[in-house]
Write a protein that binds this ligand. Structure first.
Ligand code: NAD
Length: 494
């Protein structure tokens, strides 16, 4: 099976590839050189409505009475659903190189990062395929003469609105978990990067996922995305993206009284104590900041360093920065371009703030003269001695810029780490086990990593934020609870 060539300008609804209702298309741009890569459909409210109806029909089937699930997807057992997900996983793995190439061209990430994302997609599908028939309800000790139990049921039609930075990983964790629980999905990928979402639909087709179970409608956020989040027959929304759009999504969901999972931004710290194993920490301190050109929700954009080792950590990070190799995604170096001209402008704006505030630049990786001038390049930049309340240390930049912040002792580290509007991930580097536990308990965020950062992606580890980083959990087994509804049944039998 080959994923290409396929007509990228189609929507995928009810198992069919067709033009969008508007007949209009949008350009996908290759960030490495600014050229047009493909055309995608400009999906609109009519496409979204057709997609939601197809999903409903995959659950309910024709002429079903209310509450019956006789559709080709709705009538499958959990084990049968799991087997299809496992087939999708195997196909994704088989196609990992092709998927990596599509993601590299579309997002601008080096091939090896694209391949890691494709392998993660396969692993999500494997994890959720295996979990599909292992989610149990409970029996509850209740009053005499009763048997009480709980059932885990799908929401129904679920909406998945995803960003451009990690399409494959986010589709895997969100759509994978929703399908495992028996929901039927409408996926709205980001207008900046759509190719692997369309390839994912091809994989679903090839694996025998019944028509209508997964529908993919590319398009603009304010058109297709807004129509999907407001649709009255959608029963759950999983949104990954920015805080302002997340607020709009939650408002739309509130009007239909449906639950949402919001995976939003971050300003995540890695905290380096003076007793840390610096050799172990160094690669994580830099990579977690510059991976995907810093366009990662859990990017370690703040590096908090205890004063006795501040100069050493800064010097060693600077050395790594100067060695970073930057180039077009297909050259597969350390770092590629940012996603768009707009994103480059935003990041450049923050670099102007660094300059205008007189902040010291500890290191800036050089931009090679050989880079295509029309690509969206930003020099990776390490900023020294940033005050904890400075804009650079407070706002999500979403580019390869890290702020080094000195601290003295645990209480100050905690105050700085917790002192932003966000709370997604934190890393703690120390050889003191008690301190690691104290910190882990007091950090206000959804994940804490001790003496590592990110646990290699951690498909099994529940993920999500607090404060402006959002709410609800994806990844791991926990996601399966979010993509299902608990029904309680109390049977009186005396
Ligand atoms: P974005 O919010 O602009 O777009 C995300 C998605 O929402 C896209 O599909 C877009 O088309 C859609 N959208 C835009 N306007 C909409 C509207 N009015 N109604 C419905 N949908 C709409 O975000 P982005 O710029 O693509 O992504 C960057 C942001 O995503 C960053 O803040 C980053 O931290 C966050 N992010 C979070 C996670 C996480 O897991 N927490 C992961 C990746 C990215």
């Amino acid at each position: 099976m080959s994923l290409v060539p396929f007509d990228t300008s189609c929507v995928f609804i009810d198992g069919r590839w067709r033009s969008g209702d508007s007949g209009q298309t949008l350009a996908l741009v290759n960030p490495s050189d600014g050229s047009e890569l493909a055309r995608i459909a400009r999906g609109n409210a009519a496409d979204i409505d057709a997609a939601v109806r197809a999903a409903q029909a995959a659950l309910d089937g024709p002429g079903a009475t209310e509450g019956e699930r006789t559709g080709p997807w709705g009538r499958l057992t959990a084990a049968e659903r799991g087997r299809i997900l496992l087939k999708m996983s195997a196909l994704a793995l088989e196609q990992a190189d092709e998927l990596a190439r599509l993601e590299a061209l579309d997002v601008g990430k080096p091939l090896k990062q694209g391949r890691a994302d494709a392998v993660a997609l396969a692993r999500y599908l494997e994890f959720y395929g295996g979990a599909a028939d292992k989610v149990h309800g409970e029996t509850i000790p209740f009053a005499n003469g009763y048997t009480a139990l709980t059932l885990r049921e799908p929401h129904g039609v679920t909406a998945h609105i995803v960003p451009w930075n990690y399409p494959m990983q986010i589709i895997g964790r969100s759509v994978g978990a929703a399908l495992a629980m028996g929901n039927a999905c409408v996926l709205k990928p980001a207008e900046e990067a759509c190719l692997t979402a369309l390839a994912f639909a091809r994989i679903a087709e090839a694996a025998g996922l019944p028509a209508g179970t997964l529908n993919v409608v590319p398009g603009l956020g304010e058109e297709a995305g807004a129509a999907l989040s407001a649709h009255r027959d959608v029963r759950h929304i999983s949104f990954t993206g920015s805080v302002p759009v997340g607020t709009l999504i939650q408002t739309a969901a509130a009007k239909n009284a449906i639950p949402v999972t919001l995976e939003l931004g971050g300003k995540s710290p890695q905290i380096v104590f003076a007793d840390a194993d610096l050799d172990a920490a160094l690669p994580f301190l830099v990579n977690a900041g510059i991976q995907n050109a810093g366009q990662t929700c859990s990017a370690a954009s703040r590096i908090l360093v205890e004063r006795p080792v501040f100069d050493t950590v800064m010097a060693r990070m600077a050395e790594r920065y100067r060695a970073l190799r930057m180039g077009p995604a297909l050259d597969d170096l350390d770092i590629g371009p940012v996603i768009s001209a707009r994103q480059r402008e935003i990041v450049q704006g923050y670099l102007d703030v660094v300059r205008d505030s007189g902040l010291r630049i500890a290191a800036q990786a050089p931009l090679p003269a050989s880079l295509p001038a029309s690509g969206y390049w930003v020099p990776p930049t390490l900023v020294a001695d940033v005050a904890a309340d400075h804009r650079i240390a407070q706002e999500e930049i979403f580019g390869p810029v890290q702020a080094l912040i000195p601290f003295d002792g645990e209480p100050e580290a905690l105050r700085i780490a917790n002192g932003t509007p966000y709370g997604l991930v934190a890393g703690v580097w120390t050889r003191d086990g008690s301190r690691a536990l104290r910190m882990a308990r007091k950090l206000q965020c959804g994940q804490v990593f001790v003496n590592n950062y990110g646990a290699g992606g951690g498909i099994e580890l529940p993920f999500g934020g607090v404060k402006h980083s959002g709410h609800g959990r994806e990844k791991g087994f926990e996601a399966l609870y979010g993509f299902s509804v608990l029904k309680t049944v109390a049977i009186r039998h005396d």
